[in-house]
Ligand binder design. Structure first.
Ligand SMILES: *Cc1c(COP(=O)(O)O)cnc(C)c1O
Length: 402
């Protein structure tokens, strides 16, 4: 199985069949498990075997299949599935940190990740230093002996800055720090994060793994030692486990993930190329374009620009006119979905950031985040071009009225 390509692993890895030898993975909608004797119960509480479970808050056959399949895909020893991506991010950090520890983090973070680092960890006495994640000199200056962990989104949301995982890992490891990478935008399909030096890889499986907008989920991947000795005790007692039904949805999602994500990434590249240089756009940001500042890093790291691009239509008014004119893409805030989703970060996902922080992160009033789905590429390009025309027409009408 270790010789299989990811696409094969994503369909077959980690399968555990019941006595009925079912084809599709079974959903074990059970919170607990019966012991034949009191002696068996005692023995299992002392040391549960690989096919023995105690309580679904920290082990269930369906969830275990999902965890093992993800670990095989990512190339890590083990994994722990969580109720959401944020349960995974907060669990990975809080399970290993204590008051007095120091963490270095990239500044360009998803709002909830920023809340964990800026609010929660600091409240509990963890010192956090923020750096520009693309500047290795800043990591070098911030990391010190005794830095416990570094944290970053490998591709930032929504401005798609790509972080050099191997570069940051070398600096972190020299100081003895654990590298924790939130790898959502890279996707498990294109990820080589563990191989490049990330010790702990985190995903919101709400995104490309489910990929069909059905369920929230997350996963933390790492060594057996980290997952079972550091993370599991914390998750087990604080209760952020993935439900067995969600694990089954995620397993079904994994079966088609490779096909979906590759089609989505091909569309994203075609759309980015079609939009680059468009007179109405101030910027087109896509790691797969040669004009992207970290294009070389992105290609070396994942071989793909991913499924999401961002572009700036110039103003909030133009952004709203553009969104309202889209006929295929829906206005929402998820990403990685089979349906194309357009987002205006400044007024939604990043609304609460102070204006100066928005400016610092490049979240301009005209910025659109565009998550490509699996619809026909030409239809999507036509949808975007049509909506840009509509935005232009509304601007001209406004100018004429003024
Ligand atoms: C969506 C997302 C999360 C949070 O995941 P949820 O499943 O919504 O809790 C964390 N990090 C990144 C980069 C994300 O895109």
């Amino acid at each position: 199985m270790t010789d299989w390509k990811k696409r094969t692993k994503a369909v077959h890895a980690g399968v555990r069949r019941s006595q009925y030898n079912e084809v599709s993975e079974a959903i074990f909608l059970t919170q607990g498990f019966v012991y034949d004797t009191a002696e068996d119960a005692e023995a299992r509480f002392i040391q549960a075997g690989p096919d023995e479970f105690i309580y679904a808050r920290y082990g269930n056959p369906t969830t275990s299949m999902f965890e093992q399949r993800m670990a095989v895909l990512e190339g890590t020893e083990d994994a722990f599935a969580t109720a959401s991506g944020m349960a995974a991010v907060s669990g990975a950090l809080t399970s290993m940190l204590r008051a007095g520890d120091h963490v270095v983090s990239s500044r360009a973070l998803f709002g909830s990740c920023l809340y964990i680092l800026e609010e929660v960890l600091r409240r509990y006495g963890v010192e956090v230093t923020f750096v520009d994640g693309c500047d290795l000199d800043q990591w070098r200056a911030a990391v010190r002996p005794g830095t416990k962990a570094v944290f970053f989104e490998t591709v930032s949301n929504p401005t798609l800055e790509v972080i050099d995982i191997a570069g940051v890992a070398e600096i972190a490891h020299a100081a003895g720090a654990v590298v924790i990478a939130d790898n959502v935008f890279a996707t498990p399909v294109f990820s080589r994060a563990a191989e490049l030096g990330a010790d702990v890889v985190v995903y919101s499986t709400t995104k490309h793994v489910d990929g069909q907008g059905r369920a929230l989920g997350g996963i933390v991947l790492g060594t057996k030692q980290f997952v079972r000795k550091t993370l599991e005790p914390y998750m087990k007692h604080t209760g952020g486990a993935m439900s067995p039904f969600t694990s089954w949805i995620m397993l079904k999602g994994l079966e088609t993930m490779d096909l979906r994500v590759r089609a989505q990434a091909a569309t994203a590249l075609a759309l980015a190329k079609a939009l680059e240089g468009h007179p109405q756009l101030a910027r087109v940001i896509y790691p797969g374009l040669e004009s992207h500042p970290q294009h070389a890093v992105a290609m070396a790291q994942t071989g793909s620009g991913g499924t999401v691009l961002s572009f700036d239509v110039g103003s909030r008014e133009a952004a709203f006119a553009f969104l309202n004119a889209l006929e295929i893409a829906v206005i929402s805030n998820n990403l990685g979905d089979a349906k194309t989703i357009a987002t205006h970060p400044a007024s939604t996902t990043h609304q609460r950031l102070p204006d100066e922080q928005k400016a610092k992160l490049g979240i301009t009033p005209g910025l659109i985040r565009f998550s490509c789905g699996i619809e026909d590429t030409d239809d999507l390009i036509a949808d975007v071009m049509g909506a840009l025309d509509a935005a232009q027409a509304s601007r001209s009408a406004r100018d004429a009225a003024e």
